[in-house]
Each structure stands twice: as C-alpha cells, then as structure tokens.
Design a protein around this ligand. Structure first.
Ligand code: ATP
Ligand code: MG
Length: 455
C-alpha cells in the first residue's frame, strides 16, 4: 500500500520531461565524439529516435571527460544492428548493440520498460530473490528513464537540436551534487544489487553525496551481492579500483559492508588490529589512483596481487611457522587456497591470474641476490609490477632490510655498480640453501618477512 502510494506520488511518473534548450547549458555537440554523433544521426535517418544518455551527458555537465558514450534509441537491437555494418549484438541479461568505429565502441541500448504481468520469460525473468536475470522488455524514452539507476544518469541529450530531456529530476540533483536512485530504493537494489556498487563509485567519482533514501538500504542489502555471478563482479571490481577514486571508494565499500562480498579475506584482515594490512591496502589504492592521475597503466593483476596479499601472507606464514613448510611451497599452497576462495566471489580471468602469481613469486625471489638470479629477476616480464609491490610492502611497514632500496639501485646501475651491489649483499641474501636455524616465531602475521630468507 505504502509502496503504491509512493509510486503514485513520485513526481517522475506523471511529470512531462523538463526540456532544457541548447542556450541554457554548456554541452556543445562538438564535445561528443564523431562516432557517437554518427550513430545518433544514422539511427535518426533510418526513422528512429536516438539520444546520448548516461555518463556522457552527466560528465559533460560536470566538466569531466566522459569515458565512453552510450546511446539510447527506440530501435530494437535487431533494427539497430541492421542500420550499421560495424555492429554486434551482445548480452543476454541485458541485450545491447556495440557499434565499432576504429577503437571506439558506442553502446546502443533500446529504450526499456517495466515488465507487464504476463511477460514471456525470454524477455523478462527474475530469480527467486527478485534479481533480474533478463531485462529486455522494450518501451519508450519515459519508461526508459525510470528503468535507469540514478537520476543524474538518466539525462538524454539530442546533439542535433542541443536539447537535454530530464524525466527524473536529474538536473536538480546534479546541481545539488546528489546521487539519487530512481524509484523505490529497496526494490531497485534488490532487482540489481550491483547498483549499490555503482552508487559508491559514482558518489566518489563525482564528489556527490547519496541522498538518505539512496544510502539507507545499502548496509542491510549488501549481502544480495552474494547472488551476482563472479564474472560480473570482477568487471565491477575493475571499475571500482581502476577509476582513479579507489581510495574514497574503498573507504565507502568498507563503511557499507560491501567489501566483504568482493574480497571477504581482505575485509577480515582489515578488521584486525595489525596496521600492516590496512597500510598495505590503502597504500595500494593510493598508488593506483596516483598512477591513473599520471596517465600510467594499472593492471588488474597488480590490484588483485595486493588485495589478496593479506590472506596469502597470513596463510603462508602460518604454513611456514606452524607446519614447517618451506617458503616457496608455502606460498604455492597458500595461493591455491586464497584463489579458490576468491573465485567464488569474483572471477579472475587467466590472463590476470598468471601474472598475479608471478608478482607473488617474485616477492620471494627478490631476496635471492646471487649474480645469476638477480639478473634473471631483473629480466622477468613482471619485474616492474613486482618491484612496485615490494616498495608498497615496505611503505606499509614490512621490515625487509632495505631490499626495495637495493633493487632501486640495482636496476639503474651500470655493470660495475651492479657488481659492487651484488658483492655487498649480506650472505643471507645470496640465496644459498640453508637449513632453518632459528626457531620460527609463532603465527607471524606482522609482516616480518625474515623467514623468507632462510630457503
Ligand atoms: P561510466 O561509463 O562513466 O562508468 P555510466 O553512467 O555511463 O558511467 P554505464 O555503465 O556506461 O555507466 O551505463 C550507461 C547508463 O546505463 C548509465 O548511466 C545508466 O543510465 C544505465 N545503467 C547502467 N547500469 C545500470 C544498472 N545496473 N541499472 C540501471 N541502469 C543502469
Ligand atoms: Mg558509460
């Protein structure tokens, strides 16, 4: 009853759109990529309507550089595909068309509608818990606006006449720097729990606050994320951590209890008193944000290597200290356990899994500094990423006897200097096989890597 009343009172349901003419905003059609403009004009020439929508419009209005362009149209995916030579139908849950122009891909979505009661399952389907498994019921621009996630993501721009069409009060929210979920927050998070992650990401990126009703259900509904396929969560993790705003995002993910559904091991070690893991994870995200600001590449393998390091490190030291497993073997055993736990939350495609493990393995190899192995390590394709990670470990407080500094000098040294550096390595770092002499410390999670040197 309350929900019904809420729907009746929703201004967005009955209101005609607010149409803002070109003279009253600062988007110029020349800002829009020529590929996106071409997609829109070709669809229009074929007799359909088409608009730029989503992040492109939002980001232009806020003076951000849009990362890609999304187009919404009343042409069905098949009709859209027929208009372009370079188009591909993708997605099952949410069918869209990708139109490719060189390296640029324009995502074209057909206006969506809310499902009717007797909707065939092939177009609309929900899990027992209400999660949308298919969302392919088509409608008009107004119903489409109401199916989008946040009001600021539901602004439609027509590059030909320069008008912006607002069906949900998005412009007001944009001016007030508020992120507001469209419709009944409870229902919208339930049908797609990924919207909670999107809320956190956009709020951090845009510097917006979540309206109270947008924020309120998140803590309680965080566990819905457990029902999202790991492959989709992997994609979302990349968007969260390779956004340039990962520090703010991570803080919020923890605050809302969402991190436990992405990296459960990491969340549990972050809750421990030991500051090493906190420092390491936050140093990683700060480093990632900085690299992106400086237009440097960030690889998912590095992010995963760091995010899973607390679990790996703790398990590995448990095996070394309590079960007397040699370090390299301990790392492999720990890695298997950590990875298999993680895969039930987020996927990790093979192309990232292998380099992630190489980054880990190199952490042990860094200590082996006889001439042959030091040179091999330097030549390793993953040296750079692994070295960056070594520095982060030290920054987080791990006592590694100046190992990071040694590798900093070694990689830039000429042959003569290299020789001297190799000579100066303490004998424990030459990697000779030595038997463990010292009694291992009990459950050493503190980041003291001393045991690594004993193999
Ligand atoms: P960016 O591309 O900068 O990450 P965006 O807002 O363009 O941000 P996309 O993932 O490209 O995000 O999606 C384009 C648009 O599609 C969004 O702006 C929103 O209107 C709609 N949308 C995307 N995902 C969802 C979702 N899970 N639920 C409802 N609407 C969505
Ligand atoms: Mg987008």
């Amino acid at each position: 009853m309350l929900k019904r009343l809420y729907q009746l009172l929703r201004p967005t349901d009955s209101a005609a759109p607010t149409i803002i003419p070109e003279s009253e905003h600062h988007i110029s059609k020349h800002d829009v990529s020529s590929a996106a403009r071409k997609v829109i004009s070709n669809l229009k020439q074929a007799g359909y309507s088409a608009y730029l929508v989503g992040g492109g419009v939002r980001d232009f209005l806020l003076d951000f550089h849009p990362k890609d362009f999304d187009v919404a149209t009343n042409a069905t995916p098949e009709q859209t595909k027929a208009v372009f030579k370079n188009a591909r139908l993708i997605g099952r849950r949410f069918r869209i068309v990708h139109v490719r122009f060189g390296r640029e891909v324009i995502e074209v979505t057909t206006f969506r509608d809310s499902p009717q009661q007797d909707q065939p399952k092939k177009d609309h389907n929900q899990s027992d818990k209400g999660i949308l498994l298919r969302d392919n019921v088509y409608g008009d621009i107004r119903s489409d606006a109401l199916r989008r996630d946040f009001t600021v993501n539901a602004l439609y721009y027509d590059p030909e006449d320069g008008t912006i069409h607002d069906y949900t009060g998005g412009l007001k929210d944009l001016n007030e720097r508020q992120l507001r979920i469209i419709g009944d927050p409870d229902a919208r998070y339930k049908e797609d729990p990924v919207r909670m992650l999107r809320a956190v990401r956009f709020a951090a990126k845009l510097g917006f606050s979540l309206t109270s009703e947008t924020e309120a259900p998140i803590r309680e509904h965080a566990n819905y994320l457990a029902d999202i396929p790991p492959a989709r969560l992997f994609e979302e993790v990349l968007k969260l951590f390779i956004s340039g705003y990962a520090t703010a995002i991570l803080t919020q993910l923890r605050e809302f209890g969402l991190l436990a559904y992405l990296f459960p091991g990491t969340e549990s070690y972050l809750q421990e008193d030991d500051p090493y893991y906190q420092k390491l994870i936050f140093a990683t995200v700060a480093n990632t944000d900085k690299r992106l600001r400086n237009n440097k590449r960030v690889t998912p393998a590095f992010i995963y290597a760091a995010m899973l390091w607390p679990s790996l490190h703790a398990r590995m030291h448990e095996l070394i200290n309590s079960h007397k497993v040699p370090p390299y073997e301990a790392m492999q055993q720990a890695a298997q356990g950590v990875i298999s736990q993680q895969l039930s939350y987020t996927a990790i495609p093979k192309r990232f899994l292998i380099p992630m493990r190489e980054i880990w393995n190199l952490q042990l190899r860094f200590d082996k500094r006889d001439s042959r192995r030091a040179h091999q390590t330097l030549e390793h394709p993953r040296f750079r990423a692994a070295y960056d990670f070594l520095l982060l470990r030290e920054e987080a407080g791990e006592q590694l006897d100046g190992l990071g500094m040694w590798w900093t000098s070694f990689q830039d040294a000429n042959a003569e200097e290299k020789g001297k550096l190799l000579k100066d390595v303490p004998s424990s770092g030459k990697g000779r096989q030595r038997r463990r002499r010292k009694k291992p410390r009990k459950n050493n999670n503190s980041g003291d890597n001393g045991d690594n040197k004993q193999s």
